[in-house]
Design a protein around this ligand. Sequence first.
Ligand SMILES: O=P(O)(O)OC[C@H]1O[C@H](O[C@H]2O[C@H](CO)[C@@H](O)[C@H](O)[C@H]2O)[C@H](O)[C@@H](O)[C@@H]1O
Length: 932
Amino acid sequence: MVFSDRTPARPGLERNTMDSFAGTHRPTEGISLPEVRAQVKKLEEDYRAAGIPLSGRIIHVCHYLPVHASFATLASAQGLPSPPATPTAKPTDIAFEPIAQVSITAEEIDGVPINESQPIDPRDRWSLSVRYGHSAMVSGISSLSATHEQLLIGWTGDIDTVHPATPALIAPSPAIPGVVEPPSGRVLTSQLEDRDKQGLEDLLNTYRSRDEVSEGGKKISYIPVWLDDKQAHEHYDGYCKQTLWPLFHYLLWQDVATEYASADAHWEPYAAVNAAFARRVEEVYKPGDLIWVHDYHLLLVPGLLRQALPDAAVGLFVHTPFPSSEIFRCLPRRKEILDGMLGANLICFQTYSYSRHFTSTCVRVCGYEITPQGGIDVQGHVVAIAYCPVGVDAERVMKDTLRPGIQPKLEALRALYEGKKIIVGRDKLDVVKGVVQKLRAFEKLLQDYPQWIGNVVLIQVTSPALSDSPKLERQVSELVAHINGEYGSLDFIPVHHYHQTIKKDEFYALLSVADLGVITPLRDGMNTTSMEFILAQERTKRSPLVLSEFMGISSNMTDALQINPWNLGEVAAAMNRGLTMPEAEKLERHQRLYRVVTTHTSHSWAAMLAKMLLTHVGSQNQARQTPFIPKGNLENHYRAAKKRLFLLDYDGTLSPIVKVPSMAVPSPDTLEALERLTADPKNIVYIISGRDGAFLEQHLGHIQNLGMSAEHGGFVRSPGEKEWSNFTENLDMSWMAEVLEVFKYYTERTTGSHIEVKKSSITWHYRSSDPEWGLFQCHQCQDLLQNNVARKRPIEVLVGKKNLEVRPLAVNKGEIVKRILYFHPDAEFVFCAGDDKTDEDMFRALLLFPGDATKAHMDPPLSVTLIEKEPVEKFQPVDLALTRDSVFTTAVGHSSKRTLAAWHVTAPEEVVEHLLLLVRDPEEPAAPHSNL
Ligand SMILES: O=P(O)(O)OC[C@H]1O[C@H](O[C@H]2O[C@H](CO)[C@@H](O)[C@H](O)[C@H]2O)[C@H](O)[C@@H](O)[C@@H]1O
């Protein structure tokens, strides 16, 4: 299991057996549902005792509500046939079960009610039925109602009229190629009045799902997101289905759609729908809630929530595969999508390999760094990455396999194929499900193992996919006809293909009767049919399963016969092996698979999600959150002070980080801020940088009275002076040649890296290298330098932003800060800003008020001796005029970044903005280049 977070230190809040649960590949390693629930309970109790706020609620944000709503309109009720007993099936249905249907006459709803004193309750115009699909997720969520109060936020989906005038199947719209729009027989959201919407919300308040009822726990609140119909379809049928879904399944767009227009089409509705979901969450959120956002439809929601609810605990579960970075990087909106996802505190995938792909994509596409614990560092905001495969509701499925309707169907199938082995396949007819490959492999079985001709049948059921592909349907039919023509006879048909939605009983009868299950997707996030197969077989044959290795579930199902679906010979051999497997081996494999499926259930998955996010909440509450710098307070102290110090880092603080170091030139705003600050005689302003003096002089040397320190404290040029003092001139610098050799060695082996040689320090940069290789080489190089060169030499090896720097041990930025303070003890205000580890030395030097101290003293720093050439004893300690509140140490980065600074801002532009705020007259019009 990958779980990256900061390990909590507080007793009772330890990370526990989670690591041994979700990533386990052997069933015996799993922990039971009661155990996970007990751990969740314990965590919550410990947090409450420790004062960490928890509401006890979980908000799930899902694309759809798990119920389908129908609305009685005037038109639908006039002269139309009575509602069918079973409404029209959706493509994802196995069966459609109405829950509550209301019969309304035209008079009742035709404008003015019959009795005006008794207006019709808008709730009565609505009826609800179960929406099938995503059953694993929905049953997992429902099971959590045993322990938590929950809210489920989702789109209503298309709203049918109670008496559909036309079949409620989605029809392609000619207006947006490939995008579907509601045909007549639907009610558009825009046609609904507010009271109608409220009617549905009220009805949903009374709704309880079968699973919730059986859990007997707390009621789930179902909260609809009202979307504009066109936008909703462009979001789902457009960006989700045409752009993200193919990409996540390793299909590039030109390969799926002949009339491929742009992978960027429908981006706007995708973003708008995500924003609508985020707004809905904001409306219902209470501090202490845990929020789980589900799946690829809502990848921008975590980022939007992070902005709106900075303290919220947000998890994102990605139910689909996540492709390798080489595929993902093709997405035009890759940065927006990744940053949206990274708004979460925790991102969880179905498998380790999906999580690894994601991490590597963040490194390669965004240049983010990985923390030692495997989290992703987004400017100091660390996002934990985990994986936890979803399972099925094993108990429910086992009950379903006992439905009385199944046995007669099973017997009928047995009788029909008596004397023959039965291979069963049931897939959605969708290119990635590998049905074509399965049929070809079946043909190969008959070719390579002719003894099976006449003795084995393949029953393949395909259910229509949402985006039905006539080409694929034709291909499958032709292939079936070809195999049957080639290997069939008057009394033997090898392939029986049914392209239809089948009922639950038929489905389980089919799985139960099989001598072999064959599931061959080219890519599949998880695949629940394989789990249902194992459960259905428990009471019948314990038949083996041939499983594609390209499915999320495969990493858990190691006792299935795993195959590469593209290797037809391998699949055929696996089919033969499965059909001829000795009974004892079948039983052994089945028992192990059965244990996996009954241990890793949808219920334990959902409990794990709760536990993982809770664990993260605990670690976050322990991590110090650095508050945003208080503008007013800063300004007040500045104005009140007679003398002020500004101690400013350069790269990443006054200038944003850019790819090429020489391109990091100061912006007009930065120059203006520095010019104005230094023009005020009350201000002492220093740039304290790792850059060399030449760079600083080139870009900032023209600013009168600007003090500068170069090379991490190696050099200093006091305000108003032209000469640099060199703190390193008396130091042994012979190490430089040795370090240079090491850096050259790594530069030769790391394409894109380069060396920056300064006067008394050297920097090796790898920002333009392959990010993973560059980082790996950086670690190797750092190791070599620290364990060899630095042991013998007076040097320090610093890990910077995509660089490795070596400088003399005797100097650092903290020493310069102490020196400046020592020579300006009368300063009454300090503003010190920096972004990286070397700047922490400055913040440390400014920790002037330990404990209850109210006064600060300054011992003469060692650096005074280097310039004044006097022994340090000559210098006396000084009393500082500063107060605790007048020292503004400020880290540039996320609030959760580890720093000694008291305050934070998120970007260099904000540092400059704050400086300008201090020096500009509020009445003065902003300069044309200004951001203010
Ligand atoms: O102390 P600083 O002023 O923050 O300088 C630290 C180092 O900054 C420079 O490198 C960094 O910034 C570059 C420009 O944005 C970027 O391309 C590079 O990847 C960063 O590591 C500079 O080149 C170094 O000499 C400084 O020591």
